[in-house]
Design a protein around this ligand. Structure first.
Ligand code: SP5
Ligand code: ZN
Length: 341
């Protein structure tokens, strides 16, 4: 299986508000290094650099002004005289407030984000661009006839909506891959999101579209981040009515219940007539993940890969969440290995 990855992510490690303290984010450079080391150790040697950023493709997924904002935010934060190393807001447009774009950088950080677990460091944009490029390249490779590819993206993308960052995500890598598959000729595409957290950004981007179906298996937003989207009654609107499926599960969910939801997902995707599948591959469903509360074991990730292979569709794997130490590498590569076996 071909891998697309770059090292620009090393420059990106932002601050996160966690339990009332600003900490170095759980979403760390070590995550990608651990995955890269495990890929190398297990013989995944076809690692490529992606091509240039296709700004027109990105603007099919994200608002142009939002992309400009991400690119310039940290510089504006510095020029504005803010002391902190990472740009983040202190106010957001809440219930009964106006959604009029304000002028200053701190206010715009609130306008263009939805969570304080995520901020913009000096080199964040470079990492964000390379993750998007990797997802696009993997999709192009699969659109060209390859059966599968892995975009080893960092930062992740599935929480990023059309015009808001949060949940460690800035540009939506999986949505970019799905859009590339569509533009390269796949009539119908599905995004299957197996990250522990709901892919609110991907849902938002495709909610009104019937050509890209979205299905997510995740911790119930009533008890888990991103808190305000991901309920079972969110089914899509307008041309996208019936093209969104959420399968929220309780804290403590074990393998049997999780794989029941996977069956439901794959049967639904088959009924949606998807010609190609993008997998938002988070492995934070692991029992020992430090910020999550599902109970999958390392062998379950092999089983996941094996079951995905039986869907018998071209598949673009896009790396999302998964935290903590070495098991992250084992679990991520187990999915790819299981798929190939
Ligand atoms: C891509 C992805 O997986 N994003 C997840 C974002 C979750 N952010 C909120 C995390 C809160 C973690 N609190 C952990 C407390 C551990 N003691
Ligand atoms: Zn996650």
């Amino acid at each position: 299986m071909r891998i697309y990855a770059t090292t620009a992510h090393h420059g990106h490690h932002s601050l996160e508000l966690d339990q009332g303290e600003l900490i170095q984010s759980w979403e760390s450079p070590a995550r990608a290094d651990i995955v890269d080391a495990e890929l190398a150790a297990r013989g995944f040697a076809d690692v490529r650099q992606p091509g240039d950023l296709d700004r027109a493709l990105i603007e099919h997924v994200h608002a142009s002004a939002y992309v400009d904002f991400l690119q310039t935010a940290h510089q504006r934060w510095v020029v504005d005289g803010n002391a902190g190393s990472c740009a983040m807001s202190n106010g957001w447009p809440a219930r009964r407030m106006r959604h009029i774009r304000p002028e200053g950088i701190v206010a715009q950080l609130g306008y263009y984000s939805f969570a304080a677990d995520c901020s913009i460091a000096a080199n964040t944009w470079g990492a964000v661009v390379d993750a998007a490029r990797s997802a696009d390249a993997a999709a192009q490779y699969v659109a060209g006839g390859a059966g599968s590819a892995f975009a080893r993206c960092r930062p992740p993308g599935h929480h990023a909506s059309r015009d808001q960052f949060g949940g460690y995500c800035y540009l939506n890598n999986a949505a970019i891959a799905a859009e590339r598959l569509r533009q390269s000729g796949a009539g119908r595409v599905a995004v299957l999101d197996v990250d522990y957290h709901h892919g609110n950004g991907t849902q938002d981007i495709f909610y009104h579209r019937g050509d890209v179906s979205f299905c997510s298996i995740h911790a119930d937003p009533k008890v888990e981040f991103p808190y305000f989207l991901g309920h079972a009654d969110e089914e899509g609107i307008a041309g996208g009515a019936g093209a969104n499926l959420n399968l929220p599960l309780p804290h403590g969910t074990q393998s049997d219940e999780w794989f029941d939801a996977l069956e439901t997902s794959l049967q639904w995707i088959e009924r949606r007539g998807a010609e190609a599948i993008v997998v938002s591959l988070g492995v934070d469903t692991f029992v020992d993940d430090p910020i999550s509360q599902f109970r999958l074991g390392s062998q379950d990730f092999t089983r996941l890969g094996q079951r995905l292979a039986t869907a018998d569709r071209p598949m673009v794997f896009v790396m999302e969440g998964g935290y903590g130490a070495e098991p992250l590498g084992t679990n991520m590569v187990n999915v790819l290995d299981g798929f190939l076996s």
